[in-house]
Design a protein around this ligand. Structure first.
Ligand code: FE
Length: 351
């Protein structure tokens, strides 16, 4: 009897120990899974807010590493199996194409994410999901430029623009993406001629970022600038009164809108799921959140990019620029032609 009692006690204790062990393992798994690591090129305050909201709502710890897309891609390759990153966010489809080319991304089923994403902007191969889009437009001084004189990117090489064009350097990814689109449409030789002729029309040697080009219009350094649309919105809504004035003083023109024209060049900011992601469920949850109506409204109202979710309208500042026709070129072409674009720029007179 006594022997049986001891045996029973032992079994109970063993059961408890097992249960505790199982619980410990479960807890460990939960802490491991309760996080997500984001490698991102985006450097905007909007993202900080959205990541914090995602963290709070889902009780998932968000770790963010911010660097250039090329640096992040190199880091993912070097870290290999030890890479903690779950997703890669870039501001250029060309860099996502590069990550696919390096075999770093895993396919995502769009219907698992959101069925309301603009079909013109999704990756036809299924490797990345757009979160916003932006157009590289012409910002101009309406006091100096007759809008009737503006037409296409190609026309910017015309002599009438001599000493009037402002743009950043050719090493910038936004310019490389634009040139990649020109190579896709016209070939390398025409793109080289365009870059050379255009650089003869520069108001000054390329320097500064997109906002600096718009500021230079205000200071009458030049009359038109090739910039991403949202920078005008950021200046208009800035806390700095001077920047507000500058943003209000320029107008936006979408190139290549004629009946037979292809539409204005656009690029996406997008996200890819890393093949070696340790927290895939959380990664997909984040991608769903970033394309949700809440996040899409937040992006357009704060970073003045265009929403990719068709249920979300652009912010009032963005809507004021009017609707425009987008170039429906497969955005992977911005990556496919990138090497050639860099070579063309190196050969050209565009610094
Ligand atoms: Fe930017």
């Amino acid at each position: 009897m006594k022997k049986n009692l001891i045996l029973l006690l032992c079994l109970i204790l063993l059961g408890c120990a097992n249960k505790e062990n199982k619980q410990n393992k479960e807890n460990k798994k939960n802490t491991e899974n309760n996080q997500i690591t984001i490698y991102t090129k985006r450097h905007y305050d909007t993202d900080k807010h959205l990541f914090e909201k995602f963290e709070k709502e889902n009780n998932i710890n968000v770790n963010v590493v911010q660097a250039s897309s090329d640096e992040l891609i190199e880091r993912i390759k070097t870290e290999g199996d030890n890479c903690p990153a779950d997703v890669l966010i870039t501001v250029d489809a060309g860099k996502l194409y590069k990550a696919v080319d390096e075999k770093l991304l895993e396919k995502i089923n769009i219907s698992d994410i959101n069925n309301n994403i603009n079909k013109n902007l999704i990756d036809k191969n299924g490797f990345w999901i757009p979160i916003t889009y932006r157009s590289r437009v012409i910002a101009y001084n309406p006091e100096k430029v007759d809008v009737e004189d503006l037409s296409t990117y190609e026309d910017l090489k015309d002599k009438k623009w001599k000493n009037r064009i402002l743009v950043r350097t050719s090493s910038n990814a936004y310019n490389q993406a634009l040139l990649s689109s020109l190579i896709a449409h016209h070939g390398k030789n025409i793109a080289l001629d365009w870059a050379n002729q255009l650089s003869k029309n520069f108001a000054r040697s390329p320097k500064g970022n997109d906002r600096d080009q718009i500021r230079a219009i205000f200071r009458n350094v030049g009359d038109i600038a090739i910039v991403n649309s949202y920078y005008v919105g950021l200046l208009k809504s800035s806390d700095d009164e001077n920047d507000q004035k500058i943003g209000d003083a320029v107008k936006i023109f979408f190139p290549n809108q004629g009946k037979n024209e292809r539409g204005a060049h656009v690029n996406i900011s997008g996200v890819g799921l890393l093949k070696k992601s340790p927290n895939k469920e959380n990664a997909l949850k984040l991608i769903r959140f970033l394309t949700s109506e809440y996040a899409q409204n937040y992006y357009t109202n704060n970073s003045f990019e265009y929403p990719v979710n068709l249920n979300v309208k652009p912010s009032s500042i963005v809507a004021e620029w009017g609707e425009f026709k987008i170039d429906k070129l497969d955005l992977n072409e911005l990556g496919i032609n990138r090497k050639q674009a860099i070579e063309v720029f190196e050969k050209s007179k565009w610094d």
